[in-house]
Every structure is written in structure tokens, then in C-alpha cells.
Ligand binder design. Structure first.
Ligand SMILES: *Cc1c(COP(=O)(O)O)cnc(C)c1O
Length: 361
């Protein structure tokens, strides 16, 4: 082989060559309502205090490999039961990857509802696992019978359930989740990335089922830039996953900054309240528009389906007006003509509504 393309084609696995890279659009100069980020930064006094801490932190040494101090802070901030173990990841994306690497093997399957968070399927592909997506009902609730049947037929190694679900925004029924937990022999990971906005959690139910794990992240809470996620559950599972985790996956600056900021959780609590109030206001404005179906949301984003207009055109029109949201039309199936908007600051949400009305006119 003397040509680079031939070598790439020979050596890189076909399933990797066959997928598209996770696309992050350029958002320069746009109102950014595409990625479920918290729109608020910190008060100036807090920034100063944080910078003082950073100044004292040497970077010549490796970080604490288990991030003990931060673990303790997260246990408190996220009310992890005392008898449960925790493991930290470089974002919850890395935790999904660690779980997949530990469970992967011939005929090992990852299962998730469809549509759901795209990384479950991508990471299954990276790790050479099969992926089974079980279609949600038309209202995006879990299809109880189909879910149970798929579990019985496939015996998945792990089921990921985003709670609330992304990109649909809803929480799933407890009754169905409990039946899934009872039926599955493999792991069931409740992914609570949007916990701050949801008011419901499985964290206090850890231990009720020996296959239940709960995953959290600080990304949607207001610290997306740090890349920090957390897995909580029985020690028997977590000590195995911890062997797969790279020793210094949580860097010094993340450990310090997350510990510092979670000490001031009142700041996030207030920001979260404002975002939830804005979600209600945005929802009320959206349902007044004709020919749009607005889905209920327990997260910091809202899913819309355009019943007359074309989502590609509306997305492009909004961008032209300086507002970046997420176009889900390309995902096809139940997401045809769907758009997802992250709840921003009041003035950003107003700008979005103004632009949307202009584009739809
Ligand atoms: C955003 C998101 C994540 C990823 O979180 P990170 O901690 O930023 O990697 C995980 N799960 C769901 C459902 C998400 O929407």
C-alpha cells in the first residue's frame, strides 16, 4: 500500500469510516441557544476569589487521581447516598465510554430509547458494540410493551435512559422505568444530565435494584467548560469501571474550579430558578404561535415541531437573524421538522421569539 487513502481504508475500522464526526457548528457572533448551556457567568466578586485560588495552584504536578476533595463536595451537592460509590469522568460522555469499554464484547448490546442522546449510539459504535434503539411513542413517552420485549429479546449489557430525555425534554413514567429495572439483567443507567431543571431523580433509589446506576453532569448546570460528570451506584460495579478510567482524567483546574464553584451552589440555584421561570415564559409565548406543536419540558430546552413551515428553512432564517438553535430535521423519523431551543437569558429568549415570528410570517 503506497497511498495514504488505501492505508486509511485498510486500517481504520469500516464502522468508524462510515460515521460522521460529531458536528459542533460555529456560533461566533450568534445568540447561542443550541447546546443547553447555562447562559449566566458568575458575579465579579466570585470570579476574583476563584482567580486567587487558581494562582496558588501549581501545574507541574499531576492531579489527585481520585479527586477526593471534589468527590466529597459532589456527594454533598448531589445528595449521593452514603452507602453508594461514585466515579468521576471528563464529562458524562467519558463515563458512557468507560461503561461501554468495560462491558464490550461479542454480541454485547447497548440499548436506549429512540430518539435520545446521540452519544449512546456513537460510543456503542466506537467500542464495537451493537446498538438497539427502541422507538418512543408519538408523544415521546416510553413504549412500555416494546421496551420490555426488546430487553427480553436482546438482553442488553446496558440500557441508557436520559431522564429527562434529550432531545424531547420529557421525563419517563416511573412505572415503566421500574419494570425495565426488574426485567433487565444488565445495567440500567439513569442519565440525569438535566436534573437541576427536572425536580425528579433516581439518586435516592440507588440500592433498590442491584443494576441501577445514576449519572449526573455539571455541564447543563453552568459548568460546561469544565467537563465533569459523575456516576453513582453500588461499589461492586464502580470498582470495575474505575479500572478502565484513565488515572488523571479530572485535571487540576477542573478539580479546583468545580470544588470552588459548588461551594457557592446558591449562585447556581438562583440561575436555575431564573432559567425555569424563563422556560415557563418561553413555553407560554410559543404555544400562542399557530402551526407549532410545543412539547412539554422538564429540562432547560424546548422541542418544537413545525406543522406548516420547513424546519431547515426556519433554522436558516433564525441564524440569519443572529439566533443559533438546533435543527433536528436531519435526524428524520419522529424528529422530522423538529427544532430544539435552549432556554437562554430573558433578552435572548425575546430575540429568539422575535426572530421566529419574523421567519414564520
Ligand atoms: C448533554 C448531555 C450529556 C453530556 O454531558 P457532558 O457531561 O457534558 O459530557 C449526557 N447526557 C445527556 C442526556 C445530555 O443531554
Amino acid at each position: 500500500m503506497n497511498n495514504i487513502n488505501e492505508k486509511v481504508a485498510h486500517w481504520v475500522r469500516p464502522e468508524i469510516r462510515g460515521i460522521a464526526a460529531y458536528h459542533v457548528p460555529d456560533s461566533a457572533d450568534l445568540i447561542k441557544l443550541d447546546a443547553m448551556e447555562n447562559p449566566y457567568t458568575w458575579p465579579e466578586a466570585l470570579v476574583e476569589e476563584w482567580l486567587e485560588l487558581l494562582r496558588e495552584q501549581p501545574l507541574n504536578r499531576y492531579p489527585d487521581p481520585t479527586a477526593k476533595k471534589l468527590q466529597q463536595r459532589l456527594r454533598e451537592a448531589m445528595s449521593v447516598p452514603d452507602n453508594m460509590e461514585i466515579m468521576l469522568g471528563n464529562g458524562s460522555d467519558e463515563i458512557i465510554q468507560i461503561i461501554a469499554m468495560a462491558l464490550q464484547g461479542p454480541k454485547r448490546t447497548i440499548m436506549a430509547p429512540d430518539p435520545s442522546f446521540v452519544m449512546y449510539k456513537m460510543i456503542a459504535t466506537f467500542c464495537g458494540m451493537d446498538f438497539v434503539g427502541v422507538p418512543l411513542n408519538e408523544d415521546f413517552s416510553l413504549n412500555h410493551a416494546d421496551m420490555i420485549q426488546a430487553i427480553e429479546e436482546t438482553n442488553p449489557a446496558v440500557i441508557f435512559l436520559a431522564y429527562p430525555n434529550n432531545p424531547t425534554g420529557n421525563l419517563f413514567d416511573d412505572e415503566v422505568l421500574e419494570h425495565i429495572l426488574q426485567t433487565s439483567d444488565g445495567l440500567v443507567v439513569i442519565d440525569e444530565a438535566y436534573h437541576a431543571f427536572a425536580g425528579k431523580s433516581y439518586m435516592q433509589r440507588l440500592g433498590e435494584y442491584d443494576n441501577l446506576l445514576v449519572m449526573r453532569t455539571v455541564s447543563k448546570l453552568g459548568l460546561a467548560g469544565l467537563r465533569l460528570g459523575l456516576l453513582a451506584g453500588p461499589q461492586e460495579w464502580l470498582c470495575e469501571f474505575d479500572k478502565v478510567r484513565l488515572p488523571y482524567n479530572i485535571n487540576v483546574l477542573t478539580q479546583l474550579s468545580a470544588d470552588f464553584s459548588l461551594k457557592h451552589s446558591d449562585v447556581f440555584d438562583e440561575q436555575t430558578r431564573t432559567i425555569c421561570d424563563e422556560r415557563t415564559r418561553l413555553m407560554q409565548a410559543l404555544v400562542k404561535l399557530p402551526d407549532i406543536h410545543v412539547y412539554p419540558s422538564a429540562a432547560n430546552f424546548i422541542l418544537l415541531r413545525l406543522e406548516q413551515a420547513n424546519a431547515d428553512e426556519v433554522f436558516a432564517g433564525l441564524k440569519e437573524q443572529g439566533v443559533l438553535i438546533k435543527n433536528l430535521n436531519g435526524a428524520g423519523g419522529p424528529l422530522v421538522n423538529c427544532l430544539r431551543v435552549t432556554v437562554g437569558k430573558p433578552e435572548e429568549n425575546d430575540a429568539f421569539m422575535t426572530a421566529l415570528q419574523m421567519v414564520l410570517r
